[in-house]
Design a binder for this molecule. Structure first.
Ligand code: FES
Length: 320
């Protein structure tokens, strides 16, 4: 994926759905239908800010059976590089954006006997689209959605309408918590579990499911990392023969792109492996933030995922 493969869209509606989450509706700028997708897909939104370009992944929450528009939910992140602030503060109805074609790295298993969906906060968004697919196929499912309080329960009325009594909401403010043991110890054979939300929730679900002997192929999670801020460092791109400075609030991938060098990507969240880049020389250490490389590969420090990972180093040379 690169920017040449993007689609032009127009923002046709913006709605503030919780104090932190806005709901955006996008339509193709030429009025055509948008490309087909399945529940769990994400798009990369390319935002041209005043001083820089942001490219952030967002899950599609609209129905895969309605392709006139795409809908996304964006949580405002204060401690970030600024993409979500751009979406919240700068974007207006009528503005144009570029988006990458949808990619699904969090697909429902088509032959599962039952689906247990677990969401925390803004992690609900891929499940909204998946509910449409589940209803369409008549599949058996239950949805568990954990939020801070009622005012933070984004999209709860759509969910209630869609899922009815298959939806269970948990409010931290009322000390309600998902009973992971109860939930994952007694599911019928052939059940798949899917989790999206904060890292702590994802890890808890994975560990509990593994503890009860769930096969790895039945445990699914979406763990996009926002590229963390960090110390500035410099990198030399060996093939392009370019020195690139990586400031604290910009990812390595964004810095390389700003220097005019393209790196393939799909998720920009440390999941897909598309941006994997060979490390040719390193004086210092890599700060791996991805969920793709194994621990052994991370320790070998021979490759890096520039979409989310950084370095603390005197020098770093990449095969780009
Ligand atoms: S673009 Fe997917 S891991 Fe970097």
């Amino acid at each position: 994926m690169n920017d040449a493969q993007t689609l032009a869209v127009e923002v046709i509606a913006i709605e503030q759905v919780t104090p932190l989450v806005k709901h955006f509706t996008l339509a193709a700028a030429d009025g055509a239908q948008l490309p087909a997708f399945s529940g769990g897909s994400h798009i990369i939104v390319v935002m041209n800010g005043a001083e820089r370009v942001y490219r952030n992944p967002y899950s599609l929450l609209s129905s895969p059976h309605r392709l006139e528009t795409y809908e996304i939910g964006v949580r405002r992140m204060e401690e970030s590089r600024g993409g979500s602030r751009f979406m919240h503060d700068t974007l207006r109805v009528g503005d144009r954006l570029a988006i990458a074609h949808p990619v699904n790295l969090f697909a429902l298993d088509k032959i599962a006997h039952k689906h247990v969906l677990i969401a925390g906060g803004i992690g609900i968004t891929p499940f909204l689209a998946q509910l449409e697919d589940l209803h369409h196929s008549g599949a058996s499912y239950e949805l568990h959605y954990s939020v801070r309080s009622t005012e933070h329960a984004a999209f709860s009325s759509q969910l209630r309408e869609r899922a009815g009594d298959r939806l269970r909401l948990y409010y931290d403010s009322e000390q309600q918590a998902i009973d992971f043991d109860g939930l994952l110890s007694a599911q019928p054979l052939g059940t798949h579990v899917y989790v999206c939300g904060p890292a702590g929730l994802i890890n808890r679900v994975i560990e509990t499911a593994r503890g009860y002997g769930w096969p790895e192929s039945h445990i699914h999670w979406e763990k996009f990392s926002a590229p963390p801020v960090g110390d500035a460092f410099d990198v030399f791109l060996a093939r392009a023969k370019l020195n690139v400075h990586v400031p604290p609030d910009r990812s390595l991938l964004e810095s390389i792109e700003a220097a005019g060098v393209e790196v393939p990507y799909l998720c920009r969240g440390g999941v897909c492996g598309f941006c994997q880049t060979r490390v040719l020389e390193l004086d210092g250490e890599l700060v791996h933030n991805d969920h793709f490389l194994s621990d052994a590969d991370k320790a070998r420090a021979k490759s890096i995922m520039p979409c989310v990972s950084r370095a603390r180093c005197k020098s770093l040379v990449l095969d780009l």
